[in-house]
Design a protein around this ligand. Structure first.
Ligand SMILES: NC(=O)c1ccc[n+]([C@@H]2O[C@H](COP(=O)([O-])OP(=O)(O)OC[C@H]3O[C@@H](n4cnc5c(N)ncnc54)[C@H](OP(=O)(O)O)[C@@H]3O)[C@@H](O)[C@H]2O)c1
Length: 282
């Protein structure tokens, strides 16, 4: 699987503090809450070649993710597990540390590969102490890489003023219907990668008729064209599917060449937010 290098840079001099190779496609596990659903989906995904799993405390399935990672025949060191500090826990230094430890307990893993602040803490005063906790978790080795999610351009600019270590990743909604070139650039400017969540707009665009028509021209499906479009933007992409054949379909996007239809896909941009959008909050 192709990987991208996620790097945490020193905020003062831009030197690399650490680097982690992240597979460009991963499995998102939000809304996998039926008994056995998340465990089965993760185990199957790992068996067919996925090596990146994106969960969060708020998804309520860290335990199932950890169980599947441990049960898999794939070596732990070959799997990247992403989880996130829940917004209601992003209130203070102590709460961030405590909740990372709780996630480790639920996952039953000895480290988290990528730990993200799920969204900018609602209290702006909490943003600096929460990020300080992230830096300390990185220094002590509980997490291998630290990043953010749903940080807008202003949140990233603000983070520069208090961070000692810059984030390796900004996970945001990104897909053909919400292309966010300025946010993508601002993310790159802090040395981070964009991780594109909801590449199918939470499934709302999975059966989009216009996309299907464009995709048909090169013999792929609409979801595959959407996912490959995100990859070609230089983002890591984490489609969710509990269905084994759709997991395979999504993974197969990697081998597509969408250059003949890219210009048409570029036209789909409509700033379409499928759910929440904390990037625009103060
Ligand atoms: N940081 C954040 O705030 C945030 C927010 C949202 C999501 N995320 C992460 O990003 C991941 C992906 O986003 P998402 O779950 O919102 O939605 P998504 O990946 O855009 O779409 C998932 C939906 O599309 C369906 N689907 C998947 N592949 C398909 C295909 N090839 N053909 C037709 N339908 C398909 C899935 O159903 P089936 O399962 O039945 O296939 C599911 O209903 C999440 O799971 C989560 O890990 C993060």
């Amino acid at each position: 699987m192709k990987t991208l290098r996620a790097v945490n840079h020193d905020a003062r001099d831009g030197t690399e503090c650490n680097a982690l190779d992240i597979p460009v496609i991963g499995l998102g596990v939000w809304m996998m809450n039926k008994p056995g659903e998340c465990y089965d989906a993760v185990l199957n995904a790992l068996s067919i070649g996925y090596r990146l799993i994106d969960t969060a405390r708020s998804y309520g399935n860290e335990a199932a993710v950890g169980e599947a990672v441990r049960a898999s025949e794939v070596r732990r060191e070959d799997i990247i597990v992403v989880t996130k500090l829940r917004r209601i826990h992003a209130t203070s230094y102590e709460s961030a540390i405590e909740n990372c430890k709780r996630s480790l307990d639920l996952l039953k893993l000895d480290h988290i590969d990528v730990y993200l602040v799920h969204a900018p803490p609602e209290d702006p005063e909490a943003r600096e102490p929460v990020w300080r906790a992230m830096e300390d978790l990185l220094a002590e080795g509980s997490v291998k890489s630290i990043g953010v999610s749903n940080y807008g351009i202003n949140h990233l600019a603000d983070l520069r003023s208090y961070a000692r270590i810059l984030p390796s990743i900004n996970q945001v909604e990104l897909n053909p219907w919400i292309q966010r070139p300025q946010l993508h650039d601002a993310t790159r400017a802090v040395g981070a990668l964009t991780m594109a969540y909801s590449p199918l707009a939470r499934g709302q665009k999975a059966n989009d008729v216009d996309m299907a028509l464009v995709a048909k021209k090169i013999g792929c499906t609409g979801p595959q064209a959407s996912i490959k479009w995100c990859l070609d933007r230089g983002a890591i992409v984490i489609p969710k599917s509990s269905n084994y054949s759709r997991q395979r379909e999504n993974l197969d996007s990697l081998g597509l060449d969408i250059s003949d239809i890219r210009a048409e896909i570029d036209m789909f941009d409509s700033n379409y937010v499928s759910g929440w959008d904390p990037t625009v909050e103060p």
